[in-house]
Design a protein around this ligand. Structure first.
Ligand code: CA
Length: 229
């Protein structure tokens, strides 16, 4: 699964440098030159994390962070603030409005990537070794094994990644496009019907133990994982 990051920064040179570093590290990126554009981009498709420059024209980065943390739709969005200023006061203000971390310019690409990964780990308790349980299913991210009771379910790597995504994002509907972004990455050209093919295979694997109903088709919208009865 690729992590998508929104870079909110008004200086094109820094934006490009950050994007280059993050894409090299395997993240997918979108860019916004100011807070207003960032809000539009987030409303369009919520990223997994936003990197927000403190000093932006118009609404500044700190007000943007405050606003995102206040709204239900975005309060869980991890935020990292970027700033040229390294004063302790700013750091405290940034963390007070709910930013998850703070990076002072100039920073090395390696440091940036390490901080992003650290913040993402905090938000993804299941990226560790513990098996993920939903309904009758147990998925072990370490051994890549999915079991239903005593039975091991046989599935390919793509079906495994799909199931991992669904089990960690249960009860939410995802469109084919969103699933393509999350599972295949937005830089890869894959047709939407590829998603249907893998959903079918995943259902077939689950069906062997009678759990194919966990993957639900939501007409006109996409797919949802639900282990509820
Ligand atoms: Ca700036």
């Amino acid at each position: 699964m690729t992590t998508s990051i929104l870079i909110v920064e008004d200086e094109p040179a820094i934006r490009e440098m950050v994007r280059f570093a993050l894409e090299r590290a395997g993240f997918t990126c979108r860019e916004a030159g100011d807070s207003e554009r960032a809000l539009v981009a987030i409303a369009d498709r919520c990223p997994d994390l936003a990197l927000i420059d403190w000093m932006l024209p118009g609404m500044n980065g700190i007000d943007l962070a405050r606003r995102l943390k206040r709204e239900d739709a975005t309060k869980e969005l991890p935020l990292i603030m970027l700033t040229a200023r390294g004063e302790e006061d700013d750091r405290i203000r940034g963390l007070e409005v709910g930013a998850d971390d703070y990076i002072t310019k100039p920073f090395s690409p390696r440091e940036l990537v390490a901080r992003i990964k650290a913040v993402m780990r905090r938000y993804q308790p299941h990226s560790g070794d513990a098996p993920i349980i939903a309904g009758e299913l147990s998925l072990d991210p370490t051994s890549h094994r999915v079991t239903a009771g005593e039975h091991v379910l046989d599935m390919g790597p793509t079906e495994f990644r799909l199931l991992l995504f669904f089990m960690t994002h249960a009860e939410r509907v995802y469109s084919r496009t969103q699933l393509l972004d999350k599972i295949w990455g937005s830089n890869v050209y894959v047709e939407e019907r590829t998603v249907d093919v893998h959903i079918r295979r995943l259902r077939k694997a689950l069906e062997t133990q009678g759990h194919d109903r966990y993957i639900q088709t939501v007409r006109g919208a996409g797919y949802r994982f639900s282990a509820k009865d």
